[in-house]
Each structure stands twice: as C-alpha cells, then as structure tokens.
Write a protein that binds this ligand. Sequence first.
Ligand code: A3P
Length: 302
Amino acid sequence: MTLNRMEELKCDGTERITVDYVKGILQPTPTCDNWDQIWDFQARPDDLLICTYPKAGTTWTQEIVDFILNDGDVGRTQRAPTHVRFPFIEWVIPSIGSGLEQANAMPSPRTLKTHLPFQLLPPSFLEKNCKIIYVARNPKDNLVSYYHFHRMNKALPAPGTWEEYFESFLTGKVCWGSWHDHVKGWWEARDQHRILYLFYEDLKMKPKHEIRKLGEFIGKKLDDNVLDKIAYHTSFDVMKQNPMANYSTVPTEVMDHSVSPFMRKGAVGDWRNHFTVAQNERFDEDYQRKMAGTSLTFHFQF
Ligand code: A3P
C-alpha cells in the first residue's frame, strides 16, 4: 500500500475508507490496491479457511474452531485477539496491518479468514485442496447486523440512512458484493471442494450439534466435557465479555463500540425490529426472484 493511501485512511473521527471494484465486487480501496498479491496468495495444504459474507457469524465460528483446535483450553484461545489468530487475507488496515503479511508470517497449520465470494477466492486454496468452512446467515438479520457494523467501523464506508443502506444491500452495492450471489456461489461450489457449509441459525439453535460437526470436519473428536466447555465459552454472553473475541482491542478510531458494539445482539429475528412492512414485502419479492432455482433455504426466525 502507498503512503498516500495510508494517510487517506487515518481515521480522525470523520474520515472513512474509500471503496472501489475488483472484478465487479465492491471492496475497500486498499484491498483493490493489493489485489494482485491477494489473488496470488499461496495457500498451504493444511490451511483451514473460514469464509463468510460479512456479519454472518465469522467471529463466532473462528472462536469455536480455535477452541476445537486447542481441545477446549481457554488460556490458549485467549493468546491473542481474533484477527491475530485468524489473519484476514484481503484486509489492509494501517493501524492493524495487512492480513496477507500476517498470514505469510504465520507458522503452519494456519487458520485464515476471508469474506471473498467464491469467484474471487485465490485459486491456490482449491489447488491445495484446503479445508474451507463457509457460514451463511439469513439475509434480513445479516443486513441489520451489517448496517450497524458500518455505523461503528470506520474501515467501511458510512452506511447512510437505514433506508439508503437497505437499498444498497439489496442491490449488492456494499463491500463484498451481493449477499445473494455470495451464498449461492459458495453453495454451488460446496460439493466439488472440501467445503463445510454451515448456518448461523443452526449454530444458534443447536450449538453442540454444530460444534461436533465442525470437529469432525477438522478431524478432532470431542468428548462431551470438551463439547460443553466449548459451547459455554463460545456463547454470545461469554464471548461478549472476552476481549480476545469481542474486537475491543481494535483502536476506537477504527471500531467505536459506543456507536454499536461488535457483539451487538447475537439473535435470530432482530430484523423484525428494523424492517417496515413495506421493506419486508420488497425484500421478500426481491429474495424470491434472486433465490429462485436454488435449494438453499434459511430460517428467518425461530
Ligand atoms: P449482530 O450484529 O446481529 O449482533 P461477524 O463475526 O461475521 O462479523 O458477525 C458478527 C455478528 O455475529 C454479530 O451479530 C454478533 O453479535 C454475532 N455473534 C458473534 N458471536 C456470537 C455468538 N457467540 N453467538 C451469537 N451471535 C454471535
């Protein structure tokens, strides 16, 4: 990244990141500037990649995976904040660093994070047959969560009003592109590659079942004690208090939790507190059209 760009990203309470396009997908400008290196990322066969559309439960899944890899040991999972334990490969943020550099410096076996849509995944992940965990969340809650995240995170553009953001999300004019294309792209790819496709709502409804599934995919058999321990320590209330998992270590100039906490509500169905009746009808009509023909289904509330 050039110094100019870094200067541009200095957050003084008013400045926001700029955005640009990579192959038709909106991305923070520093990601666009570094795209060639990101695309050339050299995966290793024992890399474990967690991939999501933003706000689909990435951090939660990262915490569960780290607990599984560390056999439920709380001390080891608290060795560093999430973004250090799981380099975010396409992310560049001056005060935190570059995910690419972090990943390249990390000893194997590595745990990595990306929000890239399937068509933008650096090809070496598939060439090396890496295990990939994809997590999807129902789009109404995903939208609400992303809106509040934009409000508190200066490393994303300002969201505008709720009404404006609603339209941006529906038209895919948000960072990492269209939610619909993202979840469908990864869904279609899941059978051809080593992809475990999970859902936020399942994690919420039956955490132990999903944690066991993750353990099997990773290749770790978890006894009941460890399973209980992981479910407890990765619950919303416990993670919210854990500085190594709640993003409170990120400078306030980037993430301002007083605007909206990173660990906000952690609920299924919160969209009902945000959507108007007209917005819900518009969303449903658009959803039917864009999701026609896919076998992918979501729980919008319990
Ligand atoms: P809300 O904004 O709806 O509360 P990501 O990690 O992909 O950025 O996703 C963040 C969303 O996941 C936030 O949703 C956050 O509260 C929620 N989340 C994080 N940890 C969670 C947990 N243990 N249980 C349930 N939701 C969790």
